[in-house]
Ligand binder design. Structure first.
Ligand code: DON
Length: 579
């Protein structure tokens, strides 16, 4: 097992020490939810249920639903609704997401609640008359938004739950109406985005105030509370029809956006067949198109499966090189072939087949970089990395893995006037023009071109791993195009390098996405290995942090759950709860 470098341990400890005095004691939060005093708990162990998410209050809400008798599906909905209130940078009702679930009846399911292009969208809508891309329009403001899917997703998920929707949504309503204490990083992020909030809104949102925000300030969201109450009382119609739909369409008219009341009314979440495959005696369950996540995971894991990576050792130059090369090959396929299967034919069977993947690795040379084709490299924008993942498990054997997003931080930055919620900028996940990278540097072609009603290609990779046909790992992360590689590495860290859940999450990550032709490494990635990669011909690029992985590992004795361990990534405000 790898020793965590001193630097790394030190960083984690300093973070803990900084947080503990300000946010009160862990005890206070066990009985009732105190939205003004909470701690960041990075690891939690229980045997009856666990939640790991991007914000302590959301994890606490999820756990409270489990304790009330809800199952993992109920808790996943409640956690997402709470995130829509306490984590506005990515938690949402104005965006979309994907859920991978495994039920106590041993059924693997996925729910697609990805945003859709509005019916008035068109292939060249982000090109000027000369064919130049207008990325500000696909990335910010009203025109950047796809038709939101999250609320439809919650109701599609509720079919698998036990509690009433009213019970599940109430904690989020209370947090929005009564407020909560914001964290230091939230204060910083509201202050940083102030200019954009003013620029892209027709009604000044609550995230803007005269004095700078500081840690511990209270955020009350009355309009959002009213929207959530409409959803509580009217169900799906409380969002997709009536007053909320009216508010969205009026906002669109004021800001020249495209989403209409008809688009909203027509939105449907879809249950899809999961991508399911074996990896070294484990069953991996992932998201199919319109997420590339499940297929990329299959390609990457299958390309390394017979190469004994465990013998190469964790983050040696040999194991990193192998992983980088499979990442490169999988992402080249993503750019060429992947998109919404309801609109284009994606050769999923071929791309995931053993024969194809064997062929794909034929030009792999140990110790030498295989250069990517020369086309314009994309510019990665690590700052606007905000999506969010949550992992939930219960004592009945249900496991739920959800990744949900507005796309960039605060999505389009546009809040629906009177509705109090942010809209996504997911249209940028379409290929605006072949050869033009999106905000994550991803390239694409016809398969991911814009069309009315089509879902944009995603990298989100909520994943469940079964061992002996029982839920073993629930994992996922935000991070744009780095999502599949982070999940891939976390799984390999556990299955092949036998790391603890905490190490698997917190150890440094690296990323290659074909183009730009470079290996991105986290700040604490070994300098020696980085040098060795450069000697092999790789361009190595430092980058701040990769992902915010939320992981749950479950241990079983015969038919009973013995232990549930939840980890919140050290990289953010993430928090793990269990009982
Ligand atoms: O669906 C996708 O692939 C992107 N919209 C995800 C964006 C994301 O993860 C942002 N960051 N952390």
């Amino acid at each position: 097992m790898k020793r965590i470098p001193f630097q790394f341990t030190f960083f984690v400890c300093v973070v803990c020490q900084l947080f503990i005095p300000y946010l009160g004691s862990a005890q206070e939060k066990t009985n009732s939810i105190d939205a003004f005093h909470y701690t960041f708990q990075k690891k939690a162990i229980g045997s009856q249920g666990a939640v790991s998410s991007a914000h302590p209050l959301a994890s606490i809400v999820g756990l409270s639903i489990l304790k009330k008798g809800g199952n993992a599906f109920d808790a996943a909905i409640a956690t997402q609704l709470a995130l829509a209130v306490v984590y506005p940078v990515a938690g949402n009702i104005g965006g979309g997401g994907f859920l991978v679930g495994y039920t106590d009846k041993k059924k693997a399911i996925t729910i697609d609640y990805r945003e859709k292009a509005p019916s008035a969208a068109s292939k060249n809508m982000y090109l000027d008359s000369l064919g130049n891309p207008l990325l500000n329009l696909s990335q910010n403001g009203h025109l950047a938004s796809g038709v939101p899917g999250s609320v439809a997703g919650f109701f599609a998920t509720h079919k698998y739950g036990k509690l009433s929707f009213k019970e599940i949504i109430q904690p989020a309503i209370d947090l929005a109406a009564n407020g909560f204490a914001i964290t230091a990083s939230q204060a910083e992020s509201f202050n940083e985005d102030r200019k954009e909030f003013l620029q892209y809104n027709t009604v000044i949102p609550v995230f803007v105030k005269t004095q700078p925000w500081k840690e511990g300030d209270t955020l009350i969201q009355k309009d959002l509370a009213a929207t959530l109450i409409r959803i509580r009382d009217q169900g799906m119609k409380g969002f997709y029809e009536g007053e909320t739909a009216e508010l969205i369409s009026s906002e669109m008219k004021r800001g020249n956006g495209l989403i209409t009341k008809e688009d909203l009314k027509a939105y449907k979440a879809i249950e899809r067949e999961p991508i399911q495959f074996d990896y070294k005696g484990h069953t991996i369950i992932g998201m199919p198109m319109p997420s590339s996540g499940g297929l990329l995971m299959k390609q990457m894991l299958k390309m390394i499966e017979d190469r004994h990576i465990e013998k190469l050792g964790f983050q040696t130059s040999a194991s990193v090189q192998l992983m980088v090369e499979v990442e490169r090959r999988a992402y080249a396929d993503r750019a060429e072939f992947m998109g919404d299967q309801d609109y284009v034919k994606v050769p999923v069977q071929t791309l995931g087949s053993d024969a194809y993947l064997k062929l794909r690795m034929q030009d792999f040379i140990t110790g030498k970089a295989t250069p990517s084709t020369q086309i314009k490299p994309g510019n990665i924008n690590p700052e606007s990395e905000e999506t969010t993942h949550l992992s939930v498990a219960d004592q009945y054997g249900n496991a739920v893995s959800v990744t949900t997003t507005l796309n960039g931080g605060y999505g389009s930055k546009t809040v629906v006037g009177g509705g109090g919620f942010l809209l996504n900028n997911e249209m940028d996940d379409f290929t605006v023009k072949p050869g033009v990278p999106n905000m994550y540097g991803a390239l694409g072609k016809e398969a991911n071109a814009i069309a009315p009603g089509k879902r944009m290609l995603s990298s989100m990779s909520p994943t469940i791993v079964l061992k002996h046909n029982k839920p073993y790992l629930v994992v996922g992360t935000p991070g744009g195009t780095t999502i599949p590689t982070s999940v891939f590495q976390t799984i390999v860290n556990i299955i092949d390098f036998h790391q603890s859940p905490k190490d698997a999450v917190n150890n440094p990550k690296f990323h290659h996405q074909w183009l730009p032709d470079q290996v991105m490494i986290e700040h604490d990635f070994s300098k020696n290995i980085a040098n060795a990669l450069e000697e092999m011909g790789y361009k190595v690029q430092n980058r701040g942090e990769i992902g915010r992985t939320e992981l749950i590992q479950m241990g079983w004795t015969h038919k009973k759950i013995k232990k549930i361990e939840a980890i919140g990534d050290y990289r953010g405000d993430d928090d793990a709860e269990a009982y």
